[in-house]
Design a protein around this ligand. Sequence first.
Ligand code: GRF
Length: 215
Amino acid sequence: MSIKIAVFVSGRGSNLNAIIQAVEDGELDAEIVQVISNDPEAQALTIAAQHGIETFALSHKGIKRREHEDRILEHLKGLGTIDYIVLAGYMRVLSSHFLKAFRHEDGYFSVINIHPSLLPAFPGINGYEEAFNYGVKVSGVTVHLVDEKVDHGPILAQVPFPRFAEDTLDSFCARGLSVEHSLYPSVLQQIAEIGIEGLYLSKPEQRNREKTVKK
Ligand code: GRF
């Protein structure tokens, strides 16, 4: 089933570009309804426009988080059905107030993020740098559902990649980014094909609850 997505961006837009390419190449059955940014100058907005995708930018500067989120929510309402919010380098933490607007009947929020580490290791804005500086021999990329905590929530997919002795931070990041660019579109395609539920593993307490309900 084709999915309708809104992609949230703040910067360079290389993941957005990978998602657009996958849609254009027929590898991802999705409609990018709009690309939304908190930074009117984000390069990602230019990428979207070059591909004929509508954009909407609202700077967060000078307004309270709640008002910024409310104005984006109001804007989203006008776009009709959005199945998933796809965060691709969106540098704002979404509050539970915002997330509640995307609560699925199965309990999770229909908001997806990509993070440049094997979560729960190295959350935060410098995933690659922190993993590299720590001296890991293996790092990776995580695609997960978003919850109220930062870089946290049910994991949909993880792909590891090696760090070699001769790596610089740049070569390490480049290896990770190329993993991101194939992983994100392919996870979105799996969601289009089988839905979210088949992709994450429930935690033990959740499994126990499910057993109790089934009895
Ligand atoms: C990526 O590394 C992504 O994992 C992280 O932010 C970065 C965004 O890069 N959440 P880009 O804007 O997609 O190039």
